[in-house]
Ligand binder design. Structure first.
Ligand code: PMP
Length: 369
């Protein structure tokens, strides 16, 4: 009797120390992510209640700010690293090199740390010390270099490429033209939206930086719906893609600028190229509308969003109004306002951008900095 109970105790203690594959499978089925990379994606689709009531449509935002690194770029970061592993370009202990000033670097830092890779980041030296500090504390080696144009060999992207080429077991992930980026959205973002809406989705709106999110999600939604979902590019001022699409393929010089960060493009990247023709149209959204929506999303929905997200929301609202009542429009909530709070909610900054008057009176209480 005694011997039996000791053995039972010992066996169950052993089970507690070393979970069997069966227990691990149960845990997984119940929603346990095995490490950080499995926690990327599968973000909720949030109904924007006030905007939906106002337009008579369902306006749904994909909550990408809930990814571990806080943005939609975690998806691309994971896929470019996985792709390099699959191609044998990156082996255990290797180094990832990228040119980025923003969310891709943060996504890569999380992914690389969790997989045991070193990360080297090149960025223009015009970026804030806060961004450099964050990347360094996430374990990246950061090189701020002079902010020169893309055609100059000293541009941060070319320096990143040369750095990777000078090392063994190192890869330049090249987010703009590496199509593993759009593949992330073909395989995850698009199918997730399709499943979450039960296929009841009429339109999708999205801004572009590299173009991976727009192109990949558009391709997936078009495939899954037999071309029925209407997909629209949402462009900020200073980007050339809206005029490229409207003119049937004429690329103009970049001019003008926007308060948005991480979006706006001067060329057709390899990520965009295969899918631009799938688009049903494009819109350009002014900074005035984008900033007002930052404040409205906070006030009406409790959502604390960055400006690329609220540009997407304005575009979703405008598409919904065009389609008419009863339609479902999905858009991307790319990241939160945390990294931009010192600008978006600062009176001085709003004034410097001539945007103070774009904030309606009843929302002025949010201008606290
Ligand atoms: N929003 C934010 C905040 C971003 O950082 C980025 C990426 N630069 C995007 C949108 C655009 O995503 P993509 O690169 O997939 O076009």
């Amino acid at each position: 009797m005694f011997r039996h109970s000791v053995r039972t105790f010992a066996t169950s203690a052993l089970r507690m120390a070393e979970p069997s594959q069966r227990l691990l499978n149960i845990a997984k089925a119940q929603g346990v992510a095995h490490g950080l990379t499995e926690a990327i994606g599968n973000t909720p689709l949030i109904r924007l209640n006030k905007l939906s009531e106002q337009t008579g449509c369902e306006i749904l935002g994909k909550a990408e700010f809930m990814n571990p690194g806080g943005s939609v770029k975690d998806r691309a970061a994971l896929y470019v690293v996985k792709n390099a592993e699959e191609l044998g370009l990156l082996k255990p202990g290797g180094t990832v090199v990228e040119g980025t000033a923003g969310n891709t670097g943060i996504g890569l830092a999380h992914v690389c740390r969790s997989k045991g890779y070193k990360l080297v980041i090149y960025m223009p030296n015009t970026q804030s010390q806060g961004k450099i500090d964050l990347l360094r504390l996430l374990g990246a080696e950061v090189y701020p270099v002079p902010a020169v144009a893309f055609d100059n060999p000293q541009n941060y992207n070319h320096q990143a490429k040369r750095h990777a080429e000078s090392m063994e077991n190192a890869v330049w992930t090249n987010q703009f033209d590496n199509t593993a980026n759009r593949q992330a959205h073909i395989e995850t973002t698009g199918p997730e939206i399709w499943a979450q809406t039960g296929g009841e989705v009429d339109a999708f709106t999205c801004a572009t930086g590299t173009g991976g999110t727009l192109a990949g999600t558009t391709r997936a939604l078009k495939t899954l719906s037999n071309g029925k979902v209407k997909c629209f590019l949402a462009d900020p001022p200073g980007s050339v893609l809206h005029s490229y699409i409207q003119s049937g393929g004429k690329l103009v010089e970049r001019s003008g600028s926007s308060i948005t960060e991480g979006i706006g493009q001067g060329r057709v990247t390899d990520n965009l190229k295969p899918d631009l023709e799938l688009l049903d149209g494009s819109l350009t959204i002014s900074d005035e509308k984008t900033i007002e929506m930052v404040y409205r999303c906070l006030d009406e929905e409790g959502l604390y969003l960055g400006a690329s997200s609220t540009l997407n929301v304005v575009a979703a609202k405008e598409v919904a109004e065009k389609l008419g009542r009863g339609h479902t429009v999905v858009t991307m909530l790319c990241d939160g306002a945390y990294r931009y709070a010192d600008r978006l909610f600062s009176k001085k900054w709003l004034q410097s951008k001539n945007l103070l008057t774009s904030i309606p009176k009843h929302l002025e209480k949010y201008i606290v900095l």
